[in-house]
Design a protein. Sequence first.
Length: 301
Amino acid sequence: MRQPRVSWPGFIFAQLLVVLAWAVFYRTIISPQIQSQSASAATPTASSDTTAMAAGLSRASEQITALQKQIDAQRKERERTQAQLQEMADRMALVIKQNSFVPSAEKSALGSANVSEVAAMLPSVSPSTSELILLKERNRLTSYADKAIALGSRDSLQALVEAMFDPAMKDLNHAAQAEFRRVQSYYDFSINIDPGFTLPLQEMFKDGSIRAEADLSPSMLAELLQDVKQPWENRLRCAYLLRASTDKKTNSALIKALKEDPSLDVAKQAQTTFEKRVGRKFRLFDMPSIDAWLQTQKTAP
């Protein structure tokens, strides 16, 4: 029996149906599985890459910050060193200026034959330069007084005292004394603390052991007075509260604060309290007079 033959167009049509079925199967079944596996494999890699990059950026930022701090510290140190060198140069020039025009006995005894040789060896400063040096030193003294008044800086006041007794600055001795008295006058008639200020006891004694200033013993007040980590307002208030102390060590604590406390406001209050306790008045910040009087009290019968 003869088998029927499939026509060529029919064969091609059947092949197209097979290809179409395979394409539909691939798109609906196989392709989604491949994409899912690719995404799951790529996600951890991308996540790990992002984490590593963030960590690297964080380390780089920390290193840049550390380098910037080092650069800032070096710049400040360089500026401080330059200021010190400039001050030393100005002082040396001032000494040279003072010595250039005051011949010693040995120089005066030299013969006229050696005059030109000695003149060549002597340092010389022109009048205009010497005036400029004096003006810069005068401005420096004024700056010390300004800081002592505006900031209550003991170091600035001490710099004025040292200038008053510095032989190299004898031409500016009156200027140093004037600036010192300007600071004295300011603190004699001025007060930088709120008159109603009281100790913040809740912050200082968080355990609630001290609820009122009257609960503070003289020894506790003296300890707080000498604690420079306390705000200057707290130390000043402690010096004020020691007026009524019956402790024999109180005067010593007040004198120590007067001599050493970095704040002139605290030093002034310590002196005021000391004067009220001993019944004697002294010039403000006149430590030599106070020391001399204390010495007489030790030798008194």
